[in-house]
Design a protein around this ligand. Structure first.
Ligand SMILES: NC(=O)c1ccc[n+]([C@@H]2O[C@H](COP(=O)([O-])OP(=O)(O)OC[C@H]3O[C@@H](n4cnc5c(N)ncnc54)[C@H](O)[C@@H]3O)[C@@H](O)[C@H]2O)c1
Ligand SMILES: [Zn+2]
Ligand SMILES: [Zn+2]
Length: 386
């Protein structure tokens, strides 16, 4: 089969590799119809993780069951499924509590990223614990839901999870930093939850336009300090007249960028704590921070020694005295995937507004390069299989 293989920093190639096989009776083999490229794939692409050259990338699969092991009971050949990027057993203490991001059996395994699991940017994929990790879907390949359902593997649940980490409730206002797929779907989820106002900060025009289209307020950080911009807009809104000055920020702040934050003054450099600093300046006392963007304990490509070990300075005193809560970590996709699936099926959500490019697998190397450059317009790329 054809697959997207990591060859070293800045290099992926489409290669012919062996088809995956059933190795455990609980496995299924999926024939992919769509597979998305993620901002998380870029951490591997840029050589910022321990993933070795030769690995197949990708963790956002949608397809049809081709084969099942003898122990699989809930899916069968021909079923349409998306697969959660967390590979989880479903029966360990953490999975039972809903924390499939911390599965004890697979040691927090993830497709194409953590553990021995193959990547999903390939014609076929082996799914361990298939009964648990497949999300069953209606419809047929290529239908009106194809580009929505592929986002159930990671990005839609992840955007939604960001709003859970930031404890977004109806009526609250929310600032989202980063208008990539995760930030846009965090903003979209906050709007679905009934947030009173959602601000989205970035500097890429196409992405900010998408934020505006879904009803969020785009904030271009090249036009001035985003914290000042948001406070000024808020002060000009008559609904906030008479509110205590201490509450002139927002209740919920989301970092949808992670450790590879571009420094505002010099976007060629990274400034991993800039967003946390901003959120601590912007979020009201007793408010909530959801840090959904990735931070890693080891980062071989970090520009500083502290960064290489995942150590960062953050304004802890201000966080503490303001009584802020902070939510972090990898998304437990399964926890949210079925509810979000049903929002798509009933027409209440259409997350595919983020998809910008649909490509054959042969074009993946070029798409990685352009997405990595955040080339204007490359927001979300989905590989399509015949
Ligand atoms: N927690 C999880 O389980 C989980 C799952 C999926 C993705 N992620 C992570 O979420 C993050 C975002 O993913 P994505 O696919 O949206 O990636 P992305 O790289 O496409 O989006 C990041 C956006 O942040 C913007 N940005 C950079 N510096 C900025 C700054 N100083 N201020 C404002 N905006 C800035 C960029 O222009 C870009 O649009 C990545 O770290 C990804 O790995 C986490
Ligand atoms: Zn992803
Ligand atoms: Zn488990």
């Amino acid at each position: 089969m054809k697959a997207v293989v990591y060859k070293g920093p800045g290099k992926v190639r489409v290669e012919e590799v062996n088809d995956p096989k059933i190795v455990h009776p609980g496995d299924a083999i999926i024939r992919l119809t769509s597979s998305a490229i993620c901002g998380s794939d870029l951490h591997m692409y840029e050589g910022r993780t321990a993933v070795k050259p030769g690995s197949i990338l990708g963790h956002e699969p949608l397809g049809v069951v081709e084969k099942t092991g003898d122990a699989v009971v809930s899916v069968k050949k021909g079923d349409r499924v998306a697969v959660t990027f967390n590979i989880a057993c479903g029966y360990c203490d953490n999975c039972v509590r809903g924390y499939t991001n911390a599965c004890l059996t697979t040691t927090a395994g993830s497709l194409g990223f953590v553990g021995p699991y193959g990547g999903a940017q390939a014609e076929y994929l082996r799914v361990p614990f298939a009964d648990f990790n497949c999300i069953k879907l209606p419809g047929t390949p290529g239908d009106k839901w194809e580009d929505d359902f592929v986002l159930l593997a990671d990005i839609f649940p992840t955007g939604f999870h960001a709003t859970e980490l930031a404890m977004v409730m109806p009526g609250m206002d929310v600032a989202v930093y980063g208008a990539g797929p995760v930030g846009l779907l965090a903003a979209y989820s906050a709007i679905l939850k009934g947030a009173s106002q959602v601000y989205v900060v970035d500097y890429i025009p196409e992405r900010l336009r998408k934020a505006k289209k879904i009803g969020a307020m785009p904030i271009d950080f090249t036009k001035g300090d985003p914290v000042d911009q948001i406070r000024t807009i808020k002060a000009g809104n008559p609904a906030n007249t008479g509110k205590d000055a201490m509450m002139s920020g927002v209740m919920c702040g989301i970092d949808a960028i992670g450790y590879q934050v571009r420094d505002r003054k010099n976007p060629r450099e990274e400034n991993p704590t800039q967003i946390i600093d901003d959120l601590v300046r912007l979020v009201n006392p007793t408010g909530h921070l959801g840090i959904i963007g990735v931070f890693l304990p080891e980062d071989p490509g970090a520009p500083t020694d502290d960064g290489k070990q995942g150590n960062f300075m953050i304004p802890w005193g201000k966080i503490w005295i303001n009584g802020l809560t902070i939510g972090t970590g990898v998304t437990p996709v399964k926890k949210h995937a079925l509810n979000l699936r049903d929002l798509i099926i009933t027409g209440k959500a259409k997350p595919s507004f983020i998809v910008s490019h649909r490509i054959p697998i042969e074009d993946a190397p070029e798409a990685y390069q352009k997405f990595d450059e955040r080339y204007d317009g490359y927001t979300k790329v989905v590989i399509k299989f015949e």
